[in-house]
Design a protein around this ligand. Structure first.
Ligand code: ZN
Length: 572
């Protein structure tokens, strides 16, 4: 490719509205352009990177026997209503109507569609296991699309679905996919780890997320120093320390005390001169008509995913004033004391709260709290679960070892769905005994466009992108320092022809620009190798080869260059 013809409009300045480095660099390197909020056009360089990721995925999917299909992006509402997710999915789903006022959505995922498909054609145990996959655009109407391709409203996904006759069969498929994902991300040059995840909106049992570690990552991951345990923060269930009943002195009855203007935990603790660990914090969520009060110890935070799980809900929203008033709660002074659980009002209390012996909590009355609360004694009819967020001070839930938090970008996820969708959509088969049974499913996703962004987050410096060789849009750029010098241009052209003949993906920078500008663009776009044809060629027939990743420069006779480059690419 000639740089004079390559559509990669590079920018000198950092785009002001971009927050993440991958977003900034893709805009600057002329890889993407914004079309609308969370919507991007992939220019040729980005498209080439995507193609490379896709090629790796195709190879690894074929290797485990998965077959490629292409399902429609526009999906009828009926199948989503049948699975019960038409309502559950909420505002993130792009919905539309056709001319006959029939309802559709733009697929955020394809469980419903693929299950309906397989249901029509697969009826015997002999036709399974079956794994189908596709690479396609997906849609999610994000509240706040941001970070470029990291959280866009249209994005490229690889999604795969496995169908089996048993849980054991699913386990085998799951493991094959898990291993394939590990190979895919290794081949893409990412630093990553599979972490235990929450199955969230998709439902089902076991799940792992593949996290690419990056400081700018949106996901908080907790990992153990001792064992291989790693989990999405919200999927981690901390151990509740069993408090010995040492001081078993009777605690007097709960007593109402005035705590004027003490609406926060800190204010209450300070007013009553108690440590925050002795207070009980309430966070109130709303889901439709239901108001959920989640209660944790004053020094802990609420894990809203675990709260939602308790009631089979996703995407909980913080309750507003109107919702509180509707069920008789007083903001800042929330309490389960004197209020009964009902269909519209739930109290879920963290396990560690139930072990508190002499606590402070709200009194559902402006300016009032209760002290000497013994939750075990005083909280009637509440749900108890582990709903607090794990902290770095917690012990590893698996081995008791030390934990730390790291940031990650979720680039892939594997789920054991089980029979949730096959049952809802009637996807059954006849087993060996001629009995009907629901298919056992797994689903598996890779964020293809996000993988490209994650690769940049892990590989950049102050000059631009440093592509892993496997993903680079082109492997080499040849820079003749002066295009008006015929001798230089002939040499550069000859190298370019040889590279191309050997299958090295190369850009010849034939633009009539200063060498400095060409070098800057080469660094920004991140070609792994830069070959400069300049002064040393005129003086001694040598050219300069610079490796983008470590900046090493070597000089060699031009005749040796093709062999060197071929060798280098093989090794990288
Ligand atoms: Zn551990």
């Amino acid at each position: 490719m000639l740089a004079s013809q390559l559509y990669s409009p590079t920018l000198r300045e950092m785009p002001a509205d971009a927050e993440m480095m991958s977003h900034k660099l893709m805009l600057r390197a002329g890889m993407i352009r914004k079309v609308g909020n969370g919507l991007y056009t992939y220019l040729p360089l980005a498209r080439r990177v995507i193609r490379k990721i896709e090629a790796i995925i195709h190879e690894e999917m074929v290797a485990i026997g998965a077959q490629e299909v292409m399902m429609p992006i526009v999906q009828p509402a009926e199948i989503w209503q049948a699975s019960g997710r038409w309502d559950v999915y909420g505002k993130e789903m792009f919905r539309l109507q056709d001319r006959h006022q029939r309802e559709y959505c733009l697929g955020p995922t394809h469980e419903e569609l693929v299950t309906t498909l397989v249901h029509m054609d697969v009826s015997s145990y002999k036709q399974m296991p079956l794994t189908l996959y596709q690479i396609q655009n997906k849609y999610r109407d994000e509240v706040r699309p941001r970070f470029g391709l990291m959280r866009s409203r249209e994005f490229i996904m690889k999604d795969a679905y496995s169908f089996d006759v048993s849980q054991e069969g699913l386990d085998v498929q799951y493991q094959a996919m898990y291993d394939a994902y590990s190979r895919i991300f290794s081949r893409c040059g990412l630093s990553f780890r599979p972490v235990e995840a929450d199955s969230g909106a998709i439902g089902g049992s076991g799940s792992h997320e593949f996290m690419a570690f990056a400081e700018a990552g949106e996901a908080a991951v907790v990992r153990c120093h001792t064992c291989t345990y790693a989990a999405n923060l919200e999927a981690a269930v901390p151990q509740t320390q069993q408090v010995p009943n040492a001081d078993d002195g009777e605690v007097g009855p709960a007593e109402k005390v005035a705590t004027p203007n003490a609406k926060t935990i800190e204010a209450v603790a300070s007013f009553l001169q108690l440590p925050v660990e002795q207070t009980i914090k309430a966070v109130v969520f709303a889901a439709g008509e239901t108001v959920i009060v989640a209660m944790v110890r004053g020094d802990a935070d609420v894990n809203d995913v675990q709260v939602g799980k308790q009631y089979g809900l996703v995407d909980l929203e913080m309750a507003d004033q109107a919702a509180l008033e509707r069920v008789g709660l007083v903001a800042g002074y929330i309490s389960p004391l004197g209020l009964a659980q009902s269909d519209n009002l739930k109290f879920v209390v963290d396990e560690s709260v139930m072990q508190m012996r002499d606590a402070v909590c709200g009194a559902n009355e402006e300016g009032m709290h209760y002290r000497h609360v013994v939750p075990q004694r005083d909280f009637q009819n509440v749900d108890v679960a582990v709903i607090r967020l794990i902290t770095e001070q917690d012990a590893c839930p698996h081995c008791g070892g030390t934990l730390d938090f790291v940031r990650g970008i979720e680039v892939g996820q594997v789920f054991k769905l089980g029979t949730k969708y096959s049952e809802a959509l009637g996807a059954t088969y006849l087993n060996e005994n001629g009995k009907s049974a629901p298919m056992v499913m797994g689903c598996y996703g890779i964020g293809v466009s996000r993988t490209m962004a994650a690769a940049i987050e892990q590989n950049f410096d102050e000059n631009g992108i440093v592509w892993p060789c496997a993903l680079a849009p082109y492997q080499a750029v040849i820079v003749p320092v002066n295009v008006k010098d015929d001798e230089l241009m002939r040499a550069a052209q000859s190298l370019y022809d040889q590279f191309t003949a050997c299958g090295v993906e190369t850009v010849l920078d034939d633009r009539n620009e200063r060498a400095g500008i060409k070098f800057k663009d080469a660094d920004l776009i991140g070609y792994p190798l830069r070959i400069t044809v300049g002064k040393t060629f005129v003086n001694g027939g040598t050219v300069e080869i610079k490796v983008r990743r470590d900046g090493t420069v070597s000089e060699m006779p031009i005749a040796d260059v093709p062999a060197f480059v071929m060798q280098w690419i093989r090794e990288n």
